[in-house]
Structures are given as C-alpha cells and as structure tokens.
Design a protein around this ligand. Sequence first.
Ligand code: PMP
Length: 353
Amino acid sequence: MKAWEKNIRKVVPYVPGEQPKKANIIKLNTNENPYPPAPGVVEALKNIDTDLLRRYPDPAASKLVNAIAEFHGLDSSQVFVGVGSDDVLAMAFLTCFNSKKPILFPDITYSFYDVWADLLRIPYEKQPLDEQFRINGKDYQKENGGIVFPNPNAPTGVLKPLEEIEEIIQNNLDVIVIVDEAYIDFGGTSALPLLEKYDNLLIAQTFSKSRSMAGMRVGYLLGNPELIRYINDCKYSFNSYTMNQTAIALGVEAIRDRAYFEECTQKIIDTREWAKKEFASLGFSFEDSMSNFVFVTHKDYPAAEIFEALREADIYVRHFKSPERISNYLRITIGTREEMETLFAFLKQYMSK
Ligand code: PMP
C-alpha cells in the first residue's frame, strides 16, 4: 500500500443496472418508462436557445421549482430540486443524518442507502422485512438518527398504506423521516398530505420513472421550508449549479402536462395488472406490486438461469445476487404491452422445454 492510500476515502460504490449498447433489445432492467417524454418536452428541446448555454444556469432552478410546487399545490419554498432523486437523496442524507445514533432502513431496499451512509460515515441498522416483504412499523420505534425507506419499496414493489407511514413519522418526531416515492405514481398514495402535519417529513420524487426522463436527471424533495433551506445551504456548499439549463427547461414542460402523465402511468398500471395474471399463470409467485415493476420468483426455475436465458434472447431484466433472501428473484420492469407479450412468449417456450 502506498503511504498516501491511508488518507483515501475508500468506498464500495453502488452498481447501477446494465445499460447495454446493443440496439433492438427489450430493456426491462432499470425501471425506465417505455413511453416517450411529454410532447412539450420534445418541442422544448427543439427550441433550446443555444446562446444561453454560454451562461451559468439559475442556481435555484426557480422555473422548475415553481412548476413542481404548482403541480403539487405547495409553496416553492417547500421544493428542492437536483440531478435525479439520487442527487437529492444524497443531499438529504448529508444534511439530515448527522447523529451518532444509527439511521434505520429495511434490509431489502434500494441499495444506494447503505452506500451513501458508508460514504458519509453515517451509522445505520437494517431492519428486516417480514415474510411478505412488508416493512414492520415496530422495527422503527427504537432510538435512531433518522429513517429512510422507499414507498413502494424497491425491489419488492410492496406499498405501505398511508396510515402506517404516518405511524412511523409520529413515532419519530425527533428525527427526519425520508419517504422515497420514486414509484408512487403507479397506484400508490403519496405522503404529501402529511407535510402539513409533520415538519420532520421529507418526500423524494423523481422524473425518471413516471415522467420518462431518466436520461435528463431530474429529482426533487418536498418538505417544510426550514428543512428545505438547510438542504439548500448544504447544496450551495457543495455545487451551486446542479441543474443545467436544458434540464430546467425540459423539466418544466414534463411536469406541466398532467394529462399525458396520467395517461402514461395508467397504461403502465393496466399492463402491470395484466402482466401479474400472466406471471401467475406461468407459476411465478410475487407479492402485489404497486410500482412499474414486479418482483417474481419461480419454484421450478432458478432466477439466475431465467435471467441468462432472457439475456441471450436480448431481453434484459434485473437479478440481484445478494442479499441471499432475494437471490432467486427477478425484478422485471413493466414495458409496453408488446414488449411484455414478447417476454411472456419467450417464457412460455422456455418453460415448455
Ligand atoms: N429511489 C429508488 C427507490 C430507486 O429505485 C431509484 C432508481 N434507481 C432512485 C431512487 C433514483 O432514481 P433517479 O436518480 O433516477 O431519480
């Protein structure tokens, strides 16, 4: 080891899903939206004023903040935007989780949480999901330095009812509770109405899933103005210009078009409900998913083998080798009806051999 290596911050990074370079694949591995962004986004991209690219963007991304606030019926002071929800969640961890007590999150959840905690030297304790992959509220009644979980959870897709979310917040008024709602638009109930009642609640949402903008990187936090101000202070101490001109302009168009957003999310919900029946008829088992993916297992066919066979056929899904408990599961994003039909045709043939 070189002498300077002892001063290096060593981390084990998060591993994102594969982005294959191949054309003409069916990509159901990273929970992207199969439909294009709103027509206004496509139009705005054509009309980007390239002269503006000489200039720094608005550090407060005010147009986008205002549009998000308007969509949710909130004040702009309650919104913080960033480069995808990964960016805003990392900023929330940095700002809100500064206790010597451990933060709490589920043992099976978004695998970025422990990476940020390790990076930022935040102690944490994972709480086990129950047999049906549910978060048990009792596990979140112990002393802690903060709480974070997705609702619906990932990669399970299991939704926690709003009353149970409120119970967790109520039991933890002395710390910040972050509810990561990356997948809330596919049939879940947002914790948004609780913002009025609880100043320790922070909600994260993203344009990556329900607004077809994963490639543009836009995410946001909703919380009380004081908390949002603290998060902004940290952001301005790190990088003033997180949001580029184009992301701000296109983000505004994406959130304005409520009708298109509702149409696309409904199509995905309909395809998901149909896909659940197809998976069940092929003998897969799964908990009820309220997100844009399903998390399935099969008692006769190992997940790792199905994963490889699908990959050979240019159908990409996600397989997590760890933790052990989910290593025989596949997380399959809901694509278009046609993409899902191709998936099921392949699976039927694979299982008839
Ligand atoms: N939270 C959860 C639970 C996720 O699955 C993802 C997607 N990887 C994110 C946050 C981050 O998404 P993005 O940075 O694209 O907004």
